[in-house]
Design a binder for this molecule. Structure first.
Ligand code: GDP
Length: 198
């Protein structure tokens, strides 16, 4: 599935520029700098697919990646959590995001990326609330797991799973990953393959 030549398909700043919903898609969300580009690149085995260092506050777009052979869109959602963005822009973007999440019938799952060192932050809870209200299936992925000890990882994992119980649309299986060591990617690929099978 992931041994393809993935390419950038299009960036969509609003709901009028989404590609046709003609194939399943999975999306990746998370705070800026959480390791989203690294995770997408590692998932597909291409070092430079998603931009690995995004300029904070750059144009907010949903970036669609695809490969004809994979028959799937990977959607890179802009990193959230930058307070310095102008309020009207944030409000407009939230409307777009809400519209996308609640109206996209081909969206199979949103992976919410959380830095394993920090665990869930209030902004993560906010986005998960949005996903709950849109009734979109989502799943938490812990990133940069290589940066903490096994004991700390277990503790963050247990705490995260516990927090998810108050989120009705959250899938209870949390995946710990590292783009450095490739930890967790077999698990993640299996989850995606299963989603496409269902
Ligand atoms: P994005 O802003 O969410 O797309 O984050 P990036 O993928 O650009 O990663 C932000 C920073 O974290 C970069 O310096 C990456 O090299 C680093 N990083 C990302 N993933 C990992 C990881 O799994 N382990 C470690 N140690 N560093 C990572």
């Amino acid at each position: 599935l992931f041994a393809c030549a993935w390419t950038f398909s299009r960036g969509s700043p609003d709901l009028d520029h989404l590609p046709p919903d003609d194939r399943p898609e999975i999306a990746f969300a998370g705070r800026s700098n959480v390791g989203k580009s690294s995770l997408i690149n590692t998932l597909v085995g291409q070092r430079a697919l998603a931009r690995a260092s995004n300029t904070p506050g750059r144009t907010q777009e949903l970036n669609f990646f695809t490969d004809p052979a994979a028959d799937l869109y990977l959607v890179d959602m802009p990193g959230y959590g930058f307070a310095e963005a102008p309020k009207d822009k944030v409000a407009a973007w939230n409307r777009t995001l809400r519209g996308y999440l609640s109206g996209r019938r081909t969206l199979l799952r949103v992976f919410v990326l959380v830095d394993a060192r920090h665990g869930l932050k209030p902004v993560d809870d906010e986005i998960m609330g949005l996903l709950d209200s849109a009734a979109v299936s989502y799943q938490v992925i812990l990133t940069k797991a290589d940066k903490i000890s096994r004991t700390d990882l277990d503790r963050v994992m247990a705490h995260t799973i516990q927090s998810l119980s108050k989120h009705p649309a959250a899938y209870p299986h949390v995946i710990a990953t590292s783009a450095e060591t490739a930890m967790g990617f077999e698990d993640l690929r299996a989850v995606v393959a299963k989603l496409l099978d269902a």
